[in-house]
Structure formats: structure tokens, C-alpha cells
Design a protein around this ligand. Structure first.
Ligand code: DUR
Ligand code: ZN
Length: 135
């Protein structure tokens, strides 16, 4: 459907990752969403001196998508440091669930290693979502 490649999403995630506010963990994360309007929406993690008030990169990217008026996540690419794939935390898997189909691609990449390709359903099986409340 889209002409947006994984390389485009990787580049957007990496560009915004450089802006992450991570004075506590020093673990900078970027996320780039391909949305249903064909556009890319990106976000970085934003930590806080009151630690629980920090935001994940995926949450920032979702905020950008919603603020722009897009509705659905078709694909999301997450980048971070190291060799292990930087997979979305449990809370962010649920945040993604709100706006994505079970077969939506989640690409998790520790940039020193290889990307992991998974679907939302693989990362969040038997999930609870909006369909439970709207039907
Ligand atoms: O997928 C992930 C994993 C971690 N983090 C952030 C949260 C915190 O700021 C830092 C270390 O956990 O990385 C994200 O933004 N996304
Ligand atoms: Zn998270």
C-alpha cells in the first residue's frame, strides 16, 4: 500500500532519537510510525527527574500521530542502543494496540545489531482493546 520503506522509518526513528531527553538512563530511543494517512510520525523518550513521569518514545510518536489527525498505526519502527532489539515495553504494546490491527508490523532494533520483525499480536497476544468496549 505504501511507498514508505523500513529504511525510511529507521531513518526517522534514528533522527529523532538524537533528540531524546535521557539524563538518567542514557538510553535514547526513537520511534517512527507509518500512519494511515501515509505520513511518518516520530517521537523520542523524554525522562523526568520524577522518574515515573518519563515518556517512552512510542508514546511520543503516538502523540504526534494523533495531534496531526491520523488515526491508525500501520507499522512502527523502534530504535535504541546496543545489540539487542529494543522492543516496546508492556505499556507501549498496549498503547500501540489502541491504534493498530493485530497484524501491524513492529520492528525493534538495537542499532548495533539486527532488527527484529514481529506483529503486534506476537508481542501482545490475547490482548484487551477498544473492541471489547465498543461492541
Ligand atoms: O521501547 C522502549 C524501551 C525503553 N524506552 C525508554 C524508557 C526509558 O526512558 C529508557 C530506559 O528504559 O528507555 C522507550 O522509550 N521505549
Ligand atoms: Zn514504553
Amino acid at each position: 500500500m505504501s511507498e514508505v520503506s523500513d529504511e525510511d522509518l529507521f531513518a526517522a526513528a534514528e533522527a529523532i532519537r538524537q533528540k531524546a531527553h535521557v539524563p538518567y538512563s542514557h538510553f535514547a530511543v526513537g520511534a517512527a510510525i507509518l500512519a494511515d494517512d501515509g505520513q511518518i510520525y516520530a517521537g523520542c523518550n523524554i525522562e523526568n527527574a520524577a522518574y515515573p513521569q518519563g515518556n517512552c518514545a512510542e508514546a511520543s510518536a503516538i502523540s504526534a500521530m494523533i495531534a496531526a489527525g491520523a488515526k491508525r498505526i500501520l507499522r512502527i519502527y523502534v530504535t535504541g542502543p546496543g545489540h539487542q532489539p529494543v522492543t516496546p515495553c508492556g505499556g507501549c504494546r498496549q498503547r500501540i494496540r489502541e491504534f493498530a490491527e493485530p497484524d501491524a508490523a513492529i520492528i525493534s532494533h538495537g542499532v548495533e545489531g539486527k532488527p527484529l520483525h514481529a506483529t503486534l499480536a506476537e508481542l501482545l497476544p490475547h490482548s484487551f482493546g477498544p473492541d471489547y468496549l465498543n461492541g
